[in-house]
Design a protein around this ligand. Structure first.
Ligand SMILES: Cc1ncc(COP(=O)(O)O)c(C=O)c1O
Length: 412
């Protein structure tokens, strides 16, 4: 079945003997489950019989969502987690359980993932190294020399939208026995399915495109067959699980995810074209066209007409003040710290997603103080563009009225 159909049907309609089957998955809130005999409970707890015993080990609503996620990503097992960061952390634990405690990470990652590596993993004794993940020879060299236990990267990097060659990186990683973790939050399984390209563990912030409505905080890991048991074992002990209400909302969101994502990608394409032609705008980062540094990889790995819903751009000669003025002038586009919702959302990386990095670290990653990241929603694209236009005009006009930054007097 195609992904559009799986998104609507997978995971639903589990038969309950002697009862009518709910057409959509209900919310089951129980934390423990009662069986007809202690012997049955014993078999369920020992995994000799399917069923539920205690919701940290698995529960009906989560299991339905996990089955759906497995179908979307082509995995053998999935785990719904309490947040995207919990999914990242659990994926590290699952990947490193029986491997050398060395993580090779893309130098451009979501800020909290970088922080987790340097502020949590390193102090715990895990060695961490960073590499420009789009420099394939450098990645191959580092993997062969350093023999990491795991490699982590993002399908579309945050916020610069670089596209690493997942398939080519998977080969040397496999050769040294390293597990490859791919954060597929920005691309979603509609654009890329990393397990098909050789990844071992896919992570998602469900908070974003999959749940899609700005009302869920959640994450997920989808594992290949080789990591399915380890993932289940780690989860049973550490209990990173999502609550049943959030699982239900996520399943409900995923039913329309393909429709939303297609519209959001189309909107982003139009917005990127408009921004490219706007003299008030500096560099526009969008993974389309022959000028993009990863054009060959994009042609190989992404669908011909879907490039994601995110456009990152710089205000010409802009810094923090100009960005704040621009953001305060937006009327339709929501200024927040997320992405993937039905409404367009604009984020200032230096203040939000990459706040925890030092200015030097941000500069090294190419994240300037004049850069903003827009995730297009499902609104009419003309309305999104009209809002961007009026906000750019307004922020430029007030910059002229106030005068160049250096000449301004501090407020008394
Ligand atoms: C690429 C990426 N991965 C992981 C996360 C973390 O997700 P969450 O906020 O659900 O913990 C985010 C959050 O913005 C993200 O953008």
């Amino acid at each position: 079945m195609k992904i559009e159909t799986k998104a609507v049907h997978a995971g639903d309609r589990k038969r309950i003997p002697g009862q009518p089957t709910p057409a959509t998955t209900p919310i089951v809130t129980a934390s423990s489950f009662v069986h007809e005999s202690t012997a049955t409970l014993d078999r369920v707890m020992g995994n000799e019989e399917p069923g539920w015993s205690y919701s940290r080990y698995g529960s009906p609503t989560n299991a339905a969502l996990e089955e759906l996620l497995c179908e979307l990503e082509g995995g053998a097992a999935a785990l719904a987690c309490a947040s995207g960061m919990m999914a990242v952390q659990t994926a590290f634990i699952a990947a490193l359980t029986d491997r050398p405690k060395r993580i090779l990470a893309a130098s451009a990652l979501y800020g909290a993932t970088t922080s987790m590596l340097v502020k949590i993993m390193e102090p715990l004794g895990v060695e961490v190294a960073f590499v420009d993940i789009c420099d394939l020879p450098a990645v191959e060299r580092k993997i062969a020399e350093w023999k990491p236990g795991c490699v982590i990267l993002e399908t579309l990097s945050n916020p610069l939208l670089r596209v690493p060659a997942i398939d080519r990186i998977a080969q040397p990683a496999r050769a040294v026995g390293a597990a490859m973790i791919v954060d597929n939050t920005f691309a979603t399984p509609l654009l890329v399915r990393p397990l098909e390209l050789g990844a071992n563990l896919v992570v998602h912030s469900l908070t974003k495109f999959l749940a899609g409505h700005g009302d869920v905080l959640g994450g997920a890991i989808i594992a290949d067959a080789a990591h399915a048991e380890t993932l289940r074992g780690v989860s049973r002990i550490s209990g990173p699980v999502l609550g049943p209400f959030e699982s239900y909302l996520t399943m409900r969101g995923i039913k329309t995810f393909v429709l939303r994502m297609e519209r959001q990608c189309a909107n982003a394409r139009r917005v990127a074209q408009w921004l490219n032609a706007n003299p008030a705008v500096g560099h526009v980062h969008f993974p389309e066209g022959p000028a993009h540094p990863d054009a060959d990889i994009i042609a190989r790995l992404l669908p011909p007409d879907l490039f994601g819903a995110i456009v990152t751009f710089e205000l010409k000669n802009g810094g923090r003040e100009e960005v704040f003025r621009f953001m305060d002038a937006l009327r339709l586009v929501v200024c927040g710290t997320s992405l993937g919702d039905v409404h367009s959302l604009l984020l200032y990386p230096a203040m939000a997603s990459h706040r925890e990095l030092s200015p030097i670290q941000r500069q090294r990653q190419g994240i300037s103080d004049g850069m903003v990241r827009l995730c297009c929603g499902i609104e009419a694209v003309d309305d999104i563009i009209a809002d961007l236009r009026q906000a750019l005009d307004k922020s430029l006009a007030s910059a002229v009225a106030v005068g160049p930054l250096a000449e301004r007097q501090p407020l008394q």
